[in-house]
Design a protein around this ligand. Structure first.
Ligand code: SAH
Length: 223
């Protein structure tokens, strides 16, 4: 994962990125240390690698982006991952968020709707010694076979809280999902309160995500 000495020429840039995340208010040391371990440049297209540790979203093809490190940190912190937690991610994209979750000790299940992106993400993830299961499909309907999950993170923005995902949480589990319009979304932390799917919602800050496209997201033509 992390090479030592001269081989890891991005080490300093990664340390600077993590320091910046701390300055921006990320206080969970486990999250910061996972982000220090995962080599973000391996999840970014080669021509953009010199920007891999900027606190910015970057294009990964197919009109999609690898999320900004600050956004990944906020979402990961909000999930409160414990060792061996089952975490479902909707929107594998580059695979970076999945890698951070796996390094934190989660059992990661990740779904991406665009097969070519999933193929590239798998190559990057397989290069690390992490455990994850992935598939290409519409993640708004979740992954019933492996439910219930301790946590679910949706890395694309939709019009409403996807109810099927709430159903696939354990009681006490958390769903982190950006909800809003096409142009901006508010990050919501949804906590499931009972088997009958009651939940509470805590609002975090506003962000701009790529659209969540699917049955409980935006229609295909919008993407
Ligand atoms: N977590 C990613 C972020 C990628 S951007 C990373 O760390 O790089 C969000 C991704 O969600 C895009 O790749 C997009 O194709 C995907 N997506 C959008 N709607 C989806 C859906 N219904 N199911 C699965 N993936 C979806």
């Amino acid at each position: 994962m992390v090479k030592s000495g001269l081989l890891d020429k991005y080490r300093e840039a990664r340390e600077d990125m993590v320091r910046l995340l701390g300055d921006r208010g990320i206080s969970d040391e486990r999250v910061l240390s996972a982000m220090l371990k995962v080599e973000r440049h391996l999840f970014v297209p080669i021509p953009l690698r010199s920007h891999a540790y900027d606190d910015a979203a970057l294009p990964i093809g197919e009109g999609q982006t690898i999320s900004q490190p600050f956004t990944v940190a906020i979402m990961t912190e909000a999930l409160r991952v414990k060792d061996d937690d089952k975490i479902l991610e909707i929107g594998t994209g580059s695979g970076y968020q999945a890698a951070v979750l796996a390094v934190l000790g989660a059992r990661v299940f990740t779904i991406e709707r665009i097969p070519s992106l999933l193929k590239t993400a798998r190559q990057a993830l397989d290069g690390m010694n992490v455990r994850y299961v992935s598939k290409s499909s519409d993640g708004t309907i979740g992954w019933k076979e492996f439910a219930p999950f301790d946590g679910i993170v949706v890395t694309a923005g939709g019009p409403e809280i996807p109810k099927t995902l709430v159903e696939q949480l354990k009681v006490g589990g958390r769903l982190i999902v950006p909800v809003g319009s096409h142009d901006f979304q508010q990050l919501k932390v949804v906590t499931k309160k009972s088997e009958s799917n009651d939940y509470t919602v805590e609002d975090k800050s506003d962000f701009k995500f790529v659209p969540l496209i699917g049955r409980d997201g935006w229609p295909e033509t919008d993407g």
